[in-house]
Design a protein around this ligand. Structure first.
Ligand SMILES: Cc1cc2nc3c(=O)[nH]c(=O)nc-3n(C[C@H](O)[C@H](O)[C@H](O)COP(=O)(O)O)c2cc1C
Length: 216
């Protein structure tokens, strides 16, 4: 098939490139509204706001989107043109925000399904060469993008966290973000209970300020 034959049918809006600004997009991967991840994200945003960097929270569960289907159309289109779903509302926010904060509850030693799907859908920002396995680069790199990641889980200590922090940190670094802070929050189970953990909230405030300082 001629790869350019359908180019007029491709949606231009999803291919738009937006210049990044000094702001933070906080992404909560929890399915629990008002849960610990939401509280953590809001605390970090509040601290960043006090430091002069605005931001906003998105809760992935509020968006209808699917996981990456591996069609590889984005290699050609430089955007995800296969799934015109809720991710199309999130891509502009990702592009516009120099700072990205990912917060995920630990679900079975890993990020939640929502967070994994979100991260996989960022695959469309890669540029790949034609060799296999080939060289690659990313269109989010070299723009001064900074990120921070936070996990929250019921178990105490590092064992209960499993892969959660790495599952966010490694893909963000590959995408071209510099990781400026990460922290696990442990021993928190009930919805929203983290708000009563002064030590954890202090650490999250520090993380928010550090991310804000990095994108200023
Ligand atoms: C399906 C599922 C799996 C979980 N697996 C783990 C786990 O492996 N380790 C852990 O420490 N906590 C685990 N938890 C507990 C949650 O991480 C914990 O309740 C967390 O505070 C929830 O955050 P949220 O309120 O932002 O959703 C699990 C919870 C659920 C629902």
């Amino acid at each position: 098939m001629n790869e350019t034959a359908n180019s007029s049918a491709r949606p231009e809006a999803v291919r738009a490139r937006i210049a990044p600004e000094a702001r933070i997009l906080a992404v909560s991967g929890s399915p629990r509204k008002g849960g610990n991840s939401d509280k953590i994200a809001l605390q970090a945003l509040a601290a960043a706001g006090e430091a002069g960097v605005p931001g906003s929270l998105v809760r992935l569960v509020d968006y209808r989107f699917g996981p990456c289907i591996g069609c590889e159309r984005c290699r050609r289109d430089k955007a995800c043109t296969a799934q015109l779903d809720g991710m199309q509302l999130l891509y502009p926010q990702v592009e516009r925000s120099l700072g990205l904060l990912l917060v995920s509850p630990v679900h079975n030693y890993n990020v939640t399904a929502w967070m994994k799907a979100f991260i996989d859908r960022l695959y469309c920002y890669y540029d790949f060469g034609s060799t296999r396995p080939g060289e690659w680069s990313t269109r989010l790199a070299d723009q001064g993008r900074k990120a921070a990641v936070v996990s929250v889980g019921e178990q105490h200590g590092s064992e209960g966290i499993g892969l959660t922090l790495e599952a966010m940190r490694l893909p963000l670094q590959a995408l071209g973000y510099e990781l400026v802070a990460e922290t696990p929050v442990t021993g928190v189970f009930e919805r929203g209970r983290v708000a009563g953990d002064a030590g954890a909230m202090d650490r999250i405030g520090d993380l928010g300020r550090r991310l804000a300082g990095a994108v200023k």
